[in-house]
Design a protein around this ligand. Structure first.
Ligand SMILES: Cc1ncc(C[n+]2csc(CCOP(=O)(O)OP(=O)(O)O)c2C)c(N)n1
Ligand SMILES: [Mg+2]
Length: 284
């Protein structure tokens, strides 16, 4: 492993922090312009996707199909606000194209489509489908002895889908050391708390029982995210689960931890307030 100086780490953390803030502002604008979107889950996942796309993933927008690229699967496929701003910011397509979000014939479908847009590894949207595909990609990498790593982001509500646990069991069985799943543990599914609907806890123990390494971190702490994701790159013989404790709607006070902002569009006054809050956070 390379040794990282404190200065390098500080720079990485500052960069991811700045990019996550940019993503939040940019995705809200995109949702306002389109008149639709899922801001709660987008804001919940922005720090995670910023750490991946602006630091961790070994990807090259000029070679989106490079055989050795790392793969990222947005299993909670409704969060295209976070995914498309990350892809645009990383150079996979021009930022101006964000203005076409959800428009007829746009490449930026409400849920991501692989054949439309470079950088999208697989179609997602129906919960419980993306993560099993990510497991399949990791199995292929294991069989081929390929060097790429596979990352998947799931929702916690998504873990109510039985297919997730079938895939988790198989990944444990195969000892997929090239696979990391990040659970966006914001405690909310579409209209209610996960624990009131069908309790997931003790969640880390469930993954461990399926043959995974599991860690729990603050999913808005950029340093903790980088450490956990760096660690995932270390050689090992088991898949790894990072349970990222998050807040749905993070960064915008009136959206935070509110099931009602799972989907929705801020009005002009709310949008102005959101931008002011995000500007203040960036300046702090
Ligand atoms: C199979 C399936 N059932 C229902 C839905 C509708 N749906 C979209 S998002 C969502 C809630 C997801 O909650 P979670 O996975 O926790 O996402 P987050 O909180 O990160 O937005 C639901 C029920 C869907 N997309 N797919
Ligand atoms: Mg959730």
């Amino acid at each position: 492993m390379e040794t990282m100086t404190k200065r390098d780490r500080g720079r990485r953390v500052a960069h991811v922090r700045e990019r996550a803030n940019w993503m939040r502002r940019r995705l809200l604008r995109m949702i306002v312009e389109a008149g639709q979107g899922h801001p709660g889950g987008d804001l919940s996942a922005s720090d995670i996707l910023a750490a991946l796309y602006f630091d961790v993933l070994r990807i090259d927008p000029a070679r989106p199909d490079a055989p050795d690229r790392d793969r990222f699967v947005l299993s909670k496929g409704h969060c295209t606000g976070a995914l498309y701003t990350a892809l645009a910011g990383a150079g996979f397509f021009p930022e101006e194209e964000l203005a076409t979000y959800c428009a007829p014939r746009s490449r930026l479908n409400g849920h991501p489509v692989r054949t439309y847009l470079p950088g999208v590894e697989t179609n997602t949207g129906p919960l419980g489908h993306g993560f099993p595909v990510a497991v399949g990609i990791a199995v292929a990498g294991q069989i081929d002895g390929a060097g790429y790593r596979v990352f998947a982001l799931t929702g916690d509500g998504e873990l109510q889908e039985g297919s997730m646990w079938e895939a988790a069991m198989f990944a444990g069985h195969r000892g997929l050391g090239n696979l990391t799943v990040i659970v966006d543990r914001n405690g909310l599914q579409q209209g209610a708390r996960t624990e009131d609907t069908n309790a997931l806890e003790p969640l880390a123990d469930k993954w461990r029982a399926f043959g995974w390494e599991a860690v729990e971190i603050d999913g808005h702490d950029h340093g903790a995210l980088l450490d956990a994701l760096d660690d995932a790159a270390a050689p090992r013989r088991r898949p790894r689960c990072i349970i990222a404790r998050t807040s749905k709607g993070r960064g915008v006070s009136f959206m935070q931890d509110q099931a009602g902002w799972h989907h929705g569009v801020p009005d002009a006054a709310q949008y102005a307030q959101a931008l002011a809050e995000l500007d203040a956070e960036q300046a702090a």
